[in-house]
Design a protein around this ligand. Structure first.
Ligand SMILES: [Zn+2]
Length: 335
């Protein structure tokens, strides 16, 4: 976050929007929130997450096109090149070289048609990113000044190398699971279980955000939770800087950790890349080929130790795990 605040491209976005203050990230996020809130206030009728996304797309005059197969991509290129949108001719090469989505300002929009077209590559392994990818492209338009909107052409790469893309992901995260709409549903559904769990993630996808991927929904359910909760992805990994073959520090580690705000307040935390305790169910299910793919246990976090001997706060926790091919997803809540 501190790095983002100082990134020149972020400071430029804030300046172009006429935003002041010493935290351009917070200012841009607030600017986007204010726009979305005003659109919601003007919207008549019942609102939910899906309708919010439609309202945002309407207001931004953006049309999302997801290509799911090579044939769909070819057809799209043929169609838009025929309409005089020559920029489409390079689309196949763009997608082949790391671009995941492109937003264009159409030079020849039809009468009443939307002015921007976001083409999102949803082929093969990119399918899981489509829901979030739409919000990411919306975020670009949402954070552009009117002057910049006149020449929109943006690529979003699969690897988020620069600060602007990282900021767009932050804005997209809020848009995708817009807290004023998502949180009430989350709390309502969670009452059945008393704590966040994987069944809750399924329930949310069934009734609140069917387009969202499993992992994106699980992250939102944890990050927006009112109870202390962590979502840990554990996979084989080495310490940063260990380039041995094989690396001496290779171990099952927490390669991604998402937390709710209350987790931090009670000291429930697992540092990034921390070694998973051999005493934890996470470790056992990862190493046991014959273990059930879904399990849970009550444990104490005090058994987690790093190589320098330090240990995690010894909290009693409930650990629910789901095993995937090369990683384990763990929901950790207070017991
Ligand atoms: Zn982007």
């Amino acid at each position: 976050m501190a790095q983002l605040r100082r990134a020149p491209e972020i400071i430029t976005i804030a300046k172009n929007l006429g935003l002041q203050g010493d935290d351009p990230v917070a200012a841009i996020m607030q600017h986007c929130r204010t726009r979305v809130e005003s659109w919601l206030r003007a919207f008549k009728g019942p609102i939910n997450l899906q309708r919010l996304h439609q309202v945002v797309a309407d207001r931004l005059s953006i049309h999302h096109v997801v290509v799911s197969t090579d044939q769909e991509l070819d057809d799209l290129i043929t169609e838009y090149t025929r309409r005089g949108e020559l920029i489409f001719r390079t689309l196949r090469d763009e997608f082949a070289t790391g671009t995941q989505a492109i937003t264009f300002k159409l030079t020849h929009p039809g009468l009443g048609a939307r002015r921007h077209l976001a083409v999102i590559d949803g082929r093969r392994e990119r399918a899981a990113r489509v829901f979030f990818g739409k919000r990411h492209e919306d975020s670009h338009l949402l954070s552009l000044s009117p002057a910049q909107l006149s020449f929109v052409f943006r690529r979003t790469h699969a690897t988020r190398a620069n600060a602007e893309e990282a900021l767009m992901d932050k804005i997209a995260g809020e848009l995708a699971f817009y807290p004023p709409l998502f949180q009430p549903d989350l709390h309502q559904l969670q009452r059945r279980y008393g704590r966040p769990c994987f069944q809750l993630v399924d329930d949310l996808r069934d009734s609140v955000c069917p387009e969202a991927s499993y992992i994106a929904t699980a992250i939102a359910a944890v990050e927006q939770n009112e109870t202390p909760a962590l979502l840990v992805t554990a996979r084989g990994s080495a310490k940063r800087g260990d380039s041995g073959t094989p690396p001496a520090s290779w171990a099952l580690r927490a390669t991604s950790v998402k937390a709710s705000a209350p987790a931090g307040r009670v000291g429930l935390m697992v540092p990034w890349n921390y070694r998973i305790s051999p005493d934890s169910l996470i470790y056992r299910i990862f190493h046991d080929r014959f273990a059930a793919r879904h399990d849970h246990a009550d444990e104490r976090l005090g058994t987690w130790a790093s190589s320098d001997g330090s240990r995690l706060a010894d909290l009693p926790v409930h650990v629910e795990v789901k095993k995937n091919d090369d990683h384990v997803l763990a929901m950790i809540t207070l017991e």
